[in-house]
Design a protein around this ligand. Sequence first.
Ligand code: ADP
Ligand code: MG
Length: 219
Amino acid sequence: MLEVSHLTKSYPTPSGPVTVLQDLSFRLAPGASAAVMGPSGSGKSTLLYIVGALEAPTSGTVTFDGTDPFVLAPAALAAFRNRTVGFVFQDHCLLPQCTVLENVLVPALVGEADAGAPARAAALLDQVGLSHRLHHRPAELSGGEKQRAAIARALVRQPRLLLCDEPTGNLDAATAELVADLLIRLHREQQTMLLVVTHSETLAARLDTGWRISAGRLT
Ligand SMILES: Nc1ncnc2c1ncn2[C@@H]1O[C@H](COP(=O)(O)OP(=O)(O)O)[C@@H](O)[C@H]1O
Ligand SMILES: [Mg+2]
């Protein structure tokens, strides 16, 4: 269970603090999915970064099965993030000098040895339809293929939570639908919680819940 409680986030600026998120609370049950929608600049990415323990809240709490990652020491926080959360961004963020298989294995290089990672990476790349592209570099892939590789990378550590920030934002409509199909299918198969920031009403409608951010609050 992911629980976000009374979350507030302000950024300091030369003209004083700017509050982006205000007293925002929600829960995501194990295996559940939700969409977050809202105009550009409304704080969607900020919310995702805080939920993914990349950015600390100004006040309020985020807990995973009762654990608050922000009370952990830096090394423990990094380990927690690596094991608990998978990220998919609008831009695939693959490393250009690494092959598809190497990119998917990057999260498994962090922390203690993960002997099962190569087999999981190969299985995930098969599930996303890229088993014939294992040794290709990102520049040799289409936009949809790159995003499919990024999804495999996000899942290689078997995270409890998959966070996606406009995952289909750079894709044409047909490719976006294929990538959305894949995200939803893998979230069900792997039983991860799924939180997706999106401008796509079609994608949002396929998830269990939809929230909108407006004036720093969820509706
Ligand atoms: N590191 C930062 N410092 C100051 N302001 C920031 C920072 N990151 C984001 N913001 C501001 O917070 C607001 C929300 O940004 P963001 O979460 O990226 O919105 P969205 O993803 O909905 O477009 C914007 O006004 C943005 O300028
Ligand atoms: Mg954003």
